[in-house]
Ligand binder design. Structure first.
Ligand code: ZN
Length: 437
């Protein structure tokens, strides 16, 4: 385990933070363990972050669950060269206090008012720094890669769901409710593997980045580790480039640089295959399997006359006991899924079969919600883009396990999206997927 405590807190620079964690990148003297890495630390609400915990000093913290899920599960589905390296590191309170003292004022004020680094943690995560270095890093959240099979869809949803992808339907609903600007980004373009369509997807993402002033969820751009907004777009240009006033010129240089790695990397193909192969029933078919399993178990118990009403999918059922999956459950699932030794049949409603399809659906959701990071050289409009190269020029991040308790919300959201969708003349999302040998 690399020893972060041997580095000085001043060797680390604040990068960014999310709801649960905060990230620092290593800027100290050259060091084999830390060059090109970031340190991800857990946060806690203000007031709790610095209250000494009741656990004994030196008592072992559990390892971060993200690391176990990645090493025991994700690395079996995704070639490790496309994943950031994640390592557990030891921390102590004195070191963390010094880090806070040096860097806390660099955090946004609103965040500082809410939470802080959890000084009670004895462990953190050291990860590959995918956005730093003297280059651009483009973070894309691609979302759903496929159209569902019509087999398990209801009459009400079949037409829309087999013609319009889930992301485009959801975007329309979010725009109508004022939750986001209208976007014409369609993930099926990005996943198509065809240059013209991938370029169209990039231009749509760029447009969303401009209209949202960089806050769009599906595209983030970093230059040498710094988050870039449209107003800073000159920062995307290589040293020595004349300033470019026309944003379309920068957009075209950006699209030309990004399209090649996206066409060459196997990453989008892998995500598309996993998403569709793990979600064969659609949430509608999964929900139906849940209900059929409840009535099958009830009739086995010969209680069919006094059957309680069906429970919502993912909730606690009086008919079977399905617990939140833990790492051993995921690895057993993957043993079956990868070896194809044990087949499950959705027409046969048993608790085992239901459990299999639920875990599959949750894993599919992980791949629908992850992001990819593409590393590019600085842009030189009007020239042939140079590629960073190497398999790690495209990596997958944010592969977190999803909870069974989400299934009920997802089913409800699915119904709302279908009910609110208004057909747009000429609009069809084309799923170009062709299985390769
Ligand atoms: Zn679409």
């Amino acid at each position: 385990m690399p020893d972060v405590l041997h580095t000085d807190p001043s060797d680390w620079k604040y990068v960014s933070e999310g709801g649960a964690t905060i990230v620092y990148s290593y800027k100290g003297a050259t060091h084999a363990d830390f060059d090109g890495t970031v340190l991800r630390l857990r946060k806690a609400p203000v007031g709790m972050a610095d209250t000494p915990s009741t656990s004994l000093e030196g008592e072992e913290d559990p390892d971060d669950p993200t690391i176990a899920f990645q090493t025991k599960c994700m690395e079996r589905l995704i070639p490790p060269e496309h994943l950031p390296r994640l390592v557990n590191v030891h921390l102590n309170r004195t070191w963390l206090e010094k880090l806070v003292e040096m860097h806390d004022r660099e955090r946004p004020e609103l965040r500082r008012a809410k939470d802080a680094i959890d000084l009670n943690k004895h462990k953190g995560v050291l990860a590959t720094d995918l956005v730093g270095g003297n280059r651009l890093a483009v973070e894309i959240k691609p979302k759903w890669a496929f159209l569902p099979s019509p087999v398990y869809l209801s009459q009400e949803s079949k037409h829309s769901k087999t013609n319009i992808c889930r992301f485009c339907m959801h975007s329309q609903m979010r725009a109508a409710r004022g939750l986001q600007a209208a976007t014409d980004y369609c993930p099926l373009d990005l996943f198509s593997g065809r240059e013209e369509r991938v370029l169209r997807a990039i231009r749509s993402l760029w447009q969303g980045w401009i209209t949202s002033d960089g806050a769009a969820n599906n595209l983030k751009i970093f230059a040498s580790g710094k988050f870039i907004r449209p107003i800073d777009s000159q920062a995307l240009l290589a040293d020595g480039c004349e300033p470019v006033k026309n944003m379309d010129v920068i957009r075209d240089a950006f699209a030309a640089a990004l399209v090649q790695p996206l066409l060459e990397t196997p990453v989008l193909r892998i995500l598309s295959r996993l998403q569709r192969n793990l979600d064969v029933l659609d949430i509608e078919g999964l929900s139906d399997l849940w209900r059929r399993t409840e009535s099958a178990v009830a009739s086995l118990r010969e209680q069919s006359n006094s059957v309680p009403p069906p429970t919502p999918i993912g909730g606690s059922s009086p008919f079977f006991n399905l617990l939140e999956p833990r790492i051993p459950d995921w690895t057993t699932f993957l043993d079956n899924y990868i070896s194809l030794e044990k087949q499950f049949d959705a027409s046969n409603p048993t608790a085992d079969s239901l459990r299999h399809y639920i875990l599959a659906y949750l894993l599919s959701a992980t791949f629908k919600d992850c992001s990819i990071i593409v590393r590019l050289k600085y842009l030189q409009p009007g020239t042939v883009p140079q590629q960073v190269g190497g398999p790690q020029s495209v990596a997958i991040i944010d592969l977190d396990p999803k909870s069974m308790s989400k299934l009920g919300q997802w089913e409800k959201l699915d119904r709302e999206i279908v009910a609110s969708y208004k057909p747009v003349e000429g609009k069809v999302c084309v799923d170009d997927w062709q299985p390769v040998m």
